[in-house]
Design a protein around this ligand. Structure first.
Ligand code: FRU
Length: 480
């Protein structure tokens, strides 16, 4: 394997060369999913930002295309979104609907002045292959706000207007517009709400139907940047509440995390998925600002999480996001039941020498104090999922998963407190350099990079201090 291909994922998008961060401009148009992304074409470290571009028919196999947006006199191209202007609100599309990108221009102003961030437009007549920057850019500026970025725009049907969610320091500002060009301030959300561990970035707001109930809620994603005083690095929180076209109101005070792993940041959802489909699908950048620039890939850096379908579940006294890989992933696997109502006293092993795969397990613990799923990448490297019944924790331990020396932080355990460790349902997706765990029908996720020499050789299940019962266990191998 060439050095360039080492750690290259099979199921996840990664750029052929050089640096990538946030997903941008996620949109479905004319039977293609578009993924634009923060891209530095000159280096495999973060640098002057462009929008890279890839397209897919099924959200799993992506084709990288030429760079979509280049820096210009207003600055480099930071994160943003894309929409289809179905009704020619902009005037750009007299003949047929097309794509509009709404992004942040980031302009450096020298050492003694802060940079300037403003929002701008570009539009495309050829399904996102080439772009024309709007002649009167920027369309939205602020006199004093320095952090003023990452516009996520959607069409709000009840009042027939565009809504922009914008990250403004430690808050999210909401703007509206009839035409994407003239923007009006509506409200600001975030004071004393949720976590303020880092700068607020990359918001997204959308409505979700609550599972098995005749109600829907609005969900706001807010990513928070790295804070050197916290182990967690950069991560994403969400709020559940209501939106009236102008103001978002959160209903829950406690901070909700979208993912309990380290490596899911800046996630936002696709725009314009057809109503007949009806899914809300998002993906995140599968890395963490704490060590993203140092991960041991050669010639390219970063990959995206699997695209995930979002739902909302009512728990006892709160609502929780649920997420699962999009169903398109099923075509990449053949599935085989390998365990059925089996008791495990000590250990059970499965040979699983595959470039990628998945395991799903329904586990019931009888009296075990701990139980674990070990993904043996090679003889000496293992990533462990440990359920500690006494501490009521699920832990992902990657300290011996392969190369970890590029960051002290990388080996710190990732964990989630669970109300019930007696019964647990796990789906674990394994790729060349990542592990994604979806638990209890998606009510929690743990997304984590790993850098072993091989994806997997053996998977083992082990019970400590007692027994566990596997009601069902499936191994999913690559389909041929
Ligand atoms: C989030 C972020 C965004 C910004 C972009 C710059 O990871 O910091 O706020 O637009 O990355 O690359």
């Amino acid at each position: 394997m060439s050095q360039l291909e080492k750690y290259r994922p099979h199921l996840h998008f990664s750029p052929q060369k050089n640096w990538m961060n946030d997903p941008n401009g996620l949109v479905y148009f004319k039977e293609e999913y578009h993924l634009f992304f923060q891209y530095n074409p000159n280096d495999s470290k973060w640098g002057p930002m462009h929008w890279g571009h890839a397209v897919s028919k099924d959200l799993i196999a992506w084709k990288e295309l030429p760079i979509a947006l280049y820096p210009d006199e207003y600055g480099t191209i930071f994160s943003g979104s894309a929409v289809v202007d179905w009704h020619n609100t902009t005037g750009f599309f007299p003949d047929e609907p097309g794509l509009v990108a709404i992004f942040t221009h980031h302009l450096e102003n020298g050492a003694d002045k802060p940079p300037k961030q403003s929002q701008s437009l570009a539009y495309s007549y050829d399904n996102g292959r080439t772009w024309i920057k709007y002649r009167n850019n920027p369309v939205l500026e602020h006199e004093s706000k320095i952090d003023f970025r990452d516009p996520k725009v959607f069409w709000y049907h009840p009042s027939n207007k565009w809504i922009m969610m914008l990250a403004t320091g430690q808050t999210i500002s909401i703007y509206s517009s009839p035409n994407l060009i003239k923007w009006y301030f509506e409200s600001e959300f975030g004071d004393n709400m949720g976590s303020h561990d880092g700068v607020w970035e990359c918001p997204d707001l959308f409505e979700l139907q609550v599972e098995n109930r005749e109600e829907s809620k609005w969900v706001l994603f807010v990513s928070i940047g790295d804070n050197p005083n916290s182990d967690k690095g950069s991560r994403t929180q969400y709020f559940v509440g209501s939106f009236n076209g102008s103001v978002f109101k959160a209903e829950q005070e406690k901070t909700n995390w979208l993912d309990y792993g380290k490596d899911n940041y800046a996630g936002v959802s696709f725009s314009d998925i057809p109503e007949e489909d009806g899914r809300r699908i998002y993906l995140g950048w599968m890395s963490n600002w704490r060590y993203a620039n140092d991960v041991p890939t050669y010639g390219w850096r970063s990959q995206m999480t699997l695209p995930r379908e979002l739902g909302l579940r009512k728990l006892k006294d709160s609502y929780s996001i649920v997420q699962k890989p999009v169903q398109e992933l099923d075509y990449y696997f053949t599935s085989k039941e390998v365990i059925h109502n089996k008791w495990i006293g000590k250990e059970l092993q499965f040979d699983f020498e595959e470039p990628y795969g998945m395991i799903t397990l329904n586990i019931e613990s009888m009296d075990a104090t701990k139980y674990r799923v070990d993904i043996h990448h090679t003889k000496s490297n293992v990533t462990s999922v440990i359920i500690d019944a006494q501490k009521q924790l699920l832990i992902l331990d990657r300290h011996n998963s392969g190369v970890t020396s590029f960051s002290d932080n990388f080996s710190i355990q990732q964990e989630i407190k669970l109300p019930d460790t007696q019964k647990i349902e796990l789906s674990i997706v394994i790729d060349s350099s990542s592990i994604e765990i979806f638990g209890n029908r998606g009510v929690f996720a743990i997304t984590s990079l790993v850098y072993p020499d091989k994806a997997c050789e053996v998977i083992s299940l082990r019970a400590l201090g007692g027994e566990i019962k596997i009601e069902e266990g499936y191994l999913l191998k690559p389909s041929t």
